[in-house]
Design a protein around this ligand. Structure first.
Ligand code: UGA
Length: 432
């Protein structure tokens, strides 16, 4: 099938590449000409394991192309995916500027009846607006059908999630459009849920908010466990064995970050407010997460009330492993607080260093290895559970630090091992 994908962020690019890999003829459009030129050479603008290779393969086999020209992108296309960003605006709601621009460009350049599939996370009712906007702006008589097809992939495992996700959700009021989208995904071995337009839009927010709720819930319990001498890992294990609860997303830590959970939980509260309904649980989830992102600082201050001139090693900066994404990473708040308290911050991340420079305060000193970062520092903090950080030998860590103290925001190490090594160790929700 001939498909256009508008927007080459995480969702758009991965969708375009994965659809070309299963045999579709895909043109990805982005307004950023420099980005387009790089993508034509197989250089992905994001760090995602396996993506560059798959891009290059499909470009070479002529199923995948990139352009900044809408006219070129829309020629002969019957299906267009919208995958532009919907960032958070000041009042917490989703910002739809890019989506509106995409709709106007589609209207101006469509060359046939068109199925518009929205992958971007958008407030309930937006797909109806997409149809209205395209219909209002087009000067032709082609028919426009809209389908909501929210994305559930995770950064860092995006390709795997695309082909092996738990479900593909497609919502529309038009059965013919739904049948056509089913054909797009015919070679995926993923169950498809067909539903109405508004429910599909809601499923995305509901899923992200529910996962965020699991995380804030386990974090809150972890804080309680610390005060009662219980261990959150054992508690989560016991809870997770109940199939109704499930064992995923019950890892206590420094809170969730990234480009999705913070934005989507805020958007859901804002959607509720817009119709006069207060989403009290989701609001509490957000508040608990904001507190949790500071929890490491509170622990550190118990030991080092005066942080001025303390040399601090921060291991891991990205919001989670296997990505260079720094958006809403808990490390940002922690490092800001350390710098505000006049500590000297030495930071390490295997991939996110360049992006980190955009988000972290000036004065942060970046190092290229764990060894260099921890050498002679007063103490170390783990903010992201990258594999190389989890596998770093604890005896080496103990020997290199000036004061052998580790504040672990991701519960990377076994308590017994830490005790054997004789490291002063503070993690989340577990006995110290
Ligand atoms: C999330 C969802 O998992 C995807 O299904 C969804 O498609 C995506 O948002 C989106 O809306 O685009 P992602 O943000 O890539 O994916 O990352 P996750 O792996 O879900 O992790 C989010 C945050 O939660 C990270 O900061 C992670 O460290 C934290 N987390 C996760 C915990 O603190 N504890 C856990 O047990 C799990």
């Amino acid at each position: 099938m001939k498909i256009s994908v508008i927007g080459t962020g995480y969702v758009g690019l991965v969708t375009g590449v994965c659809l070309s890999e299963v045999g579709h003829d895909v043109t990805c459009v982005d307004i950023d000409e420099k980005k387009v030129q790089n993508m034509r050479k197989g250089i992905s603008p994001i760090f995602e394991p396996g993506l560059d290779e798959l891009m290059t393969k499909n470009i070479n086999e002529q199923r995948l192309s990139f352009t900044s020209d809408y006219q070129e992108a829309m020629v002969d296309k019957e299906i267009v995916f919208i995958a532009v960003g919907t960032p958070q605006s000041k009042d917490g709601s989703a910002e739809l500027t890019y989506l509106k621009k995409a709709c106007k460009s589609i209207a101006a350049h469509m060359t046939d009846d068109l199925i518009v599939i929205t992958k971007s996370t958008v407030p309930v009712g937006t797909n109806e607006y997409v149809k209205e906007l395209i219909d209002k702006n087009k000067t032709n008589s082609y028919k426009v059908s809209v389908v909501s097809n929210p994305e559930f992939l995770r950064e860092g495992s995006a390709i795997h999630d695309t082909y092996h996700g738990d479900r593909i959700v497609i919502g529309s009021e038009e059965q013919e459009a739904l049948d056509c989208v089913k054909e797009v995904y015919a070679s995926f071995t993923v169950p498809i849920l067909e539903t109405d337009l508004r429910s599909a839009e809601m499923i995305k927010y509901a899923s992200n908010a529910f996962l965020a709720t699991k995380i804030s819930f386990i974090n809150e319990l972890g804080n309680l466990c610390e005060r009662l001498g219980a261990n959150i890992e054992n508690v989560a294990k016991g809870m997770g064995m109940d199939k109704r609860i499930g064992d995923k997303f019950l890892n206590a830590g420094v809170g969730y970050g990234g480009s999705c959970f913070p934005k989507d939980t805020n958007a859901l509260v804002s959607i509720g407010n817009s119709v006069g309904y207060y989403m009290s649980i989701v609001d509490s989830v957000i508040e608990t997460n904001e507190k949790q992102q500071r929890i490491i600082i509170d622990k550190i201050k118990e030991f080092y009330p005066d942080l001025s001139n303390k040399k601090v090693a921060v291991l891991g900066l990205a919001f989670k492993p296997n990505t260079d994404d720094m958006r809403d990473a808990p490390s940002i708040k922690v490092i800001r607080e350390l710098v505000d308290n006049e500590a000297e911050v030495y930071a390490y991340d295997p991939i996110a260093k360049e992006n980190a420079k955009i988000f972290l305060p000036g004065g942060t000193i970046y190092k290229d290895s764990i060894d260099e970062t921890i050498e002679d520092k007063d103490f170390a903090i783990i903010m992201t559970d990258w594999q190389d950080i989890k596998e770093y030998p604890l005896d080496q860590l103990k020997n290199k630090l000036k004061n052998p103290t580790l504040f672990d925001g991701r519960n990377c190490f076994n308590l017994q091992k830490v005790e054997e090594i004789g490291l002063e160790y503070h993690s989340i929700g577990r006995p110290s």
